[in-house]
Design a protein around this ligand. Structure first.
Ligand SMILES: [Zn+2]
Length: 253
C-alpha cells in the first residue's frame, strides 16, 4: 500500500488555543500515560533517531521543534515547561516526538485503538501542531471549507511565508471588522480514506491546535469493518487536560 496516514485529534471548538500551562500539563500527561517515552527510562535507548537528520535534535530529550530553517529547529526540553512555551507563543509551533522502534520499547503504549500492523518496524510521530491563525488542512480526501469569508464580505484566507506549516491559513479574527470566524459554522466534504464514503464535517480539519499521529506507511491493523481510531484513553487524556471536546479525522499524503 502506497499511502501514508496522518490522524488528527481536533478540538470541536476550532478556535481553541492551549495556554503554556495547559501545554506543560498535556506533555506531562503524555509521559505519565506512557504515550511518550521518558529520556531517562530504559526503553528510551531502544528508540532509533537515525532515520532523519532532524531527528538528531530529538536524541537527547525525545522531541524537537521542526522549522523550515534548520537553524531554528531545537530540542524540546524535558520536562517541557510553561515558561518554554510562553517564550515562543504565539509563534506557530510544530513539535514532534519521533517514535521509531516502537516494537522494541515495551514501556510505550500504541496510540491507536487497533493492534500494530504488518510492518516489521513500527514507527510514528506524535505531533503537537499549534498555530496563531487557523490551519486550513486540505488534501485529496479533505475538501476546502464551504465558505471562508467573513460575514462582512472580507476574504479571510491567506498564505503565510515561512513557518513550519505548509497549509493555507484563515484569519481567526477578520482583519476588516474583527469578528471571530468559526469554521464550525461551515463544513468540508471529507472522504473516508478506506471506503471513499463522503460526509460533511463541520469545520473540516481546520483548527489552531491539533494532536496528530503521523504513522506514515506503518498503518495499524484494520479490516473493512473498522476505521483507524485514536486510543480512547489518549483522547480522554487530551480532553480532560485541555478542557475541550475533540473529534478525529484521518488524512493521507
Ligand atoms: Zn469582517
Amino acid at each position: 500500500m502506497g499511502v501514508e496516514h496522518i490522524h488528527y485529534l481536533l478540538p470541536k471548538d476550532h478556535a481553541f488555543q492551549p495556554s503554556p500551562q495547559q501545554l506543560e500539563k498535556l506533555i506531562a500527561g503524555l509521559y505519565n500515560g506512557s504515550w511518550l517515552c521518558r529520556p531517562d527510562s530504559a526503553g528510551f535507548s531502544q528508540l532509533d533517531f537515525s532515520c532523519s537528520c532532524d531527528f538528531e535534535l530529538a536524541r537527547k530529550t525525545g522531541g524537537f521543534r521542526r522549522e523550515p530553517q534548520t537553524k531554528d529547529c531545537e530540542s524540546i526540553p524535558y520536562p517541557a515547561t510553561s515558561e518554554w512555551f510562553a517564550a515562543r507563543l504565539p509563534a506557530d509551533l510544530l513539535l514532534i516526538w519521533p517514535i521509531y522502534g516502537f516494537e522494541k520499547c515495551r514501556s510505550l503504549r500504541y496510540p491507536f485503538d487497533q493492534s500494530v500492523g504488518e510492518e516489521t518496524e513500527i514507527y510514528f510521530e506524535i505531533q503537537l501542531q499549534i498555530a496563531e491563525n487557523y490551519l486550513h488542512r486540505v488534501s485529496e480526501i479533505i475538501d476546502p471549507l464551504s465558505n471562508v469569508d467573513c460575514k462582512c464580505g472580507a476574504s479571510l484566507e491567506f498564505y503565510a511565508d515561512g513557518g513550519p506549516f505548509f497549509n493555507g491559513r484563515i484569519h481567526k479574527n477578520c482583519p476588516e471588522c474583527g469578528t471571530l470566524f468559526d469554521p464550525g459554522d461551515v463544513f468540508a466534504v471529507c472522504r473516508d480514506v478506506w471506503t471513499g464514503i463522503e460526509t460533511e464535517v463541520a469545520g473540516g480539519a481546520t483548527s489552531c491546535f491539533a494532536l496528530a499521529i503521523d504513522c506514515g506507511k506503518a498503518i495499524p491493523n484494520i479490516d473493512s469493518e473498522t476505521a483507524i481510531r485514536i486510543h480512547p484513553d489518549l483522547k480522554k487524556l487530551v480532553e480532560e487536560t485541555l478542557g475541550v471536546m475533540f473529534y478525529e479525522l484521518g488524512d493521507i499524503y
